[in-house]
Ligand binder design. Structure first.
Ligand code: PLP
Length: 376
């Protein structure tokens, strides 16, 4: 969107808070290094500006999900900065992956064979991460394949292993016993590859009370979401502000919105704002979610439409209600995790669905201030 008058709402992304969160996690896991997980356009916040801010904060490793995301990022990062592709190496994508200079996360013997073959054909060694499945049953080599690999090491010839990794299934729950099991399994398997840096933890894992190996792959915590179920040490990064586009008085007994699902039991003041499910505001928040006007909670009345939401503002002082008055959807009174809880989902989904129609405003403090916050 060109400017804020053309958009339904302003999405502010605080790159300072992002840098602060990077340092919070970095301090938590030192001497391990924090890598930035910037898949899905940095969880909806914008991969390129986020990558640049993380780079300035000291981040030197980046993770994306797809090769296409790595290609888009390459141009924004200094040559030689590793960009890991979590979803692995698709058949036929080997040459392109090498040409882009991305580091595939190899998840199977087949992927290893194809990457080794590509290295042989190019006559050069190629970097790769190796992922083990330590119990999540999603991606990575199962134990039998690891045994085969350990017995036949030549399968790795031409491959420069730069990282061993696995992924925790329950890192958001410090009480889950499975965290320790996965850690042990990862530790055991990685002993077969001495000297290669290891990575197990995501944001949640950073706050589990134990060693963090060499690299931590942080996503949600950087973006201000709660890394674990209880408490949130991260600074909010995203705020979303809409403006009232219409106000009306609805008599008692009348109804609001599609399907007339909100029936007014008293004379009701309704404010309409120009944000809807096409902007990633979940339709599940119909008659459930909230917004805030000058810090006062205003419930969503009726269904969330594609391009608009109706709010019950009856209890808000009249002087605060006028066309163009600001309405907080994300901010000091409502976090991404609050919205996720109301919608029955997780902060990751709210962030990654944030609409493309918002006017985006990237805020960063002047360099000097940033430097101070980095040293602090
Ligand atoms: C998405 C992802 C991460 C980042 O997880 P957060 O919980 O957002 O910190 C780390 N590792 C892998 C393999 C992932 O898929």
């Amino acid at each position: 969107m060109q400017n804020e008058h053309m958009a339904g709402a302003i999405l502010r992304i605080d790159l300072d808070a992002l840098a602060t969160n990077y340092h919070v996690i970095q301090r938590q896991v030192a001497p391990a290094r924090v890598a930035g997980v910037i898949k899905a356009d940095a969880y909806g916040l914008g991969a390129v500006p986020v990558a640049k801010a993380l780079l300035q904060a000291g981040c030197r490793h980046f993770f994306v999900a797809h090769l296409g995301e790595a290609a888009a990022l390459r141009r924004a990062l200094p040559a030689g900065t590793p960009v890991f592709v979590l979803n692995g190496l698709h058949p036929g994508a080997e040459q392109e992956c090498a040409a882009i200079g991305a580091t595939p996360v190899l998840n199977s013997l087949d992927q290893i064979a194809r990457w080794a073959e590509c290295a042989r054909r190019l006559g050069q060694s190629l970097p790769a991460a190796l992922q083990f499945d330590s119990g999540m049953s999603r991606l990575g080599l199962p134990l039998q394949e690891v045994e085969t690999l350990v017995a036949e090491r030549s399968r790795l010839s031409g491959i420069d292993l730069t990282l061993l990794m696995s992924h925790l299934a329950c890192a958001d729950d410090p009480d889950a016993l499975f965290n320790a099991q996965q850690r042990m399994s990862f530790q055991t398997v990685s002993r077969h590859f001495p000297g290669v840096p290891r990575s197990l933890d995501n944001s949640g894992g950073s706050f589990l009370d134990r060693c963090h190996f060499d690299v931590v792959r942080a996503g949600i915590g950087l973006y201000g979401g709660a890394p674990q179920k209880v408490g949130n040490p991260m600074r909010p990064v995203v705020s979303l502000e809409a403006r009232i586009i219409q106000l009306r008085n609805v008599p008692a007994g009348a109804a609001v919105g599609y399907g007339l699902t909100h029936r007014c039991i008293r004379p009701t003041r309704i404010a309409t704002i120009p944000v809807g499910y096409a902007d990633g505001w979940p339709r599940h928040l119909s008659n459930k979610g909230s917004a805030f006007i000058a810090g006062q909670r205003v419930p969503i009345a009726g269904r969330v439409s594609m391009d608009s939401i109706t709010l019950d503002v009856t209890d808000v002082p009249e002087r605060l209600l006028y066309p163009d008055a600001a309405v907080e959807l994300l901010g000091p009174h409502q976090s991404v995790d609050d919205v996720a809880a109301d919608a029955g989902t997780i902060s990751y989904e709210i962030l990654t669905q944030l609409g493309r129609r918002y006017h985006r405003d990237y805020h960063a403090a002047p360099a000097a201030e940033l430097q101070r916050s980095i040293r602090a």
